[in-house]
Design a protein around this ligand. Structure first.
Ligand code: BV8
Length: 235
């Protein structure tokens, strides 16, 4: 019996072959930067210039990057699978969109958007962000931050995500270490509802024991093979 309500959760590993660094692999972002200094509201409060520079560097890398075959295959599954495919990403890059995914839930926000810390206004932002930038809605200066979810902040669209997970019959995690909550808890939520669970990763994640099946290898190779099977009558 094939899957008809699929939830896919992606992490930094799906963008690794596009040249965007992961967080916890050797040499990853959390080896280069102190997470508490660049990915928390407290760090932003202590040194906003450092935080803006951190995201300016990632935004520049994102602009230079291109989607890889894993992003393309996920978009193909979303467009061609006869059932419902929900894509939730922890990533803040726009590579799923640029691979033509029709719907992407960015639970940790988006690098190419800005948020006003004073009034909550959100708008598109493609270039560098500085301390002198102002909010187009409330005109505040010095309150413009990347529209990303830092540690200790509420992820976006959690109710919608949980509703899809409660209803899914297949949960697939692609390129995520299973180290960050609430995303790392989704597989247990899905299992509790009777869904099958599949992990596609370079190596087993922290919560690997919760997955019924595993496909190991680079996402750019493994995801297209999996999608072909899903669309070729395998599911
Ligand atoms: C929350 C956005 C309450 C910005 C990120 C104390 C105080 C407050 C909270 C906590 C606390 N202690 C614990 C918590 C909870 C905390 C948490 O989980 N901390 C961890 C460190 C223990 N979580 C939070 O604070 C969250 N908010 O809890 O609010 C709440 C709870 C429930 C409901 C409502 C409210 C907010 C977390 C979001 C933080 N923001 N980033 C930015 O990107 O800069 S997290 C950051 O880690 C990224 O978003 C990233 O996506 C995420 C997870 O990392 P991964 O994507 O998995 O990447 P990683 O490098 O770890 O792994 C890469 C994987 O890919 C590996 O498995 C590797 O093998 C694989 N791979 C590599 N290459 C390839 C590959 N796979 C395939 N192919 C390849 N080529």
């Amino acid at each position: 019996m094939g899957a008809s309500r699929i939830v896919i959760l992606t992490g930094a590993g799906v963008s690794a072959e596009s040249g965007l660094g992961t967080f916890r692999d050797v040499g990853g972002l959390w080896d280069q930067y102190d997470l508490d200094e660049v990915a928390t509201p407290e760090g932003y409060g202590r040194n906003p210039a450092l935080v803006l520079d951190f995201y300016n560097a990632r935004r520049a890398n994102c602009r230079k990057a291109a989607p890889n075959p894993a992003h393309a295959a996920i978009a193909r599954l979303q467009r061609q699978h006869r059932g419902r495919v929900t894509l939730v990403t922890q990533n803040i890059d726009d590579l799923h969109e640029r691979a033509d995914s029709p719907e992407v839930i960015h639970m940790h926000g988006r690098l190419l958007r800005a948020l006003c810390a004073a009034c909550g206004h959100q708008w598109g932002w493609a270039g560098d962000m500085g301390l002198g930038d102002h909010c187009p809605s409330c005109a505040s200066v010095g309150t413009v931050r990347p529209d990303v979810v830092w540690f200790g902040e509420m992820p976006y669209q959690m109710e919608a995500i949980w509703a899809r997970i409660e209803d899914c019959d297949l949960f697939v995690a692609i390129g995520t270490s299973g180290a960050v909550y609430p995303a790392a808890g989704f597989v247990a939520d899905a299992r509790d509802r009777g869904a099958r669970t599949l992990e596609i990763n370079l190596e087993p994640s922290d919560n690997a024991s919760l997955f019924d099946q595993r496909l190991l290898g680079p996402a750019g190779e493994t995801v297209p093979v999996w999608v072909e099977g899903m669309l070729g009558g395998g599911e």
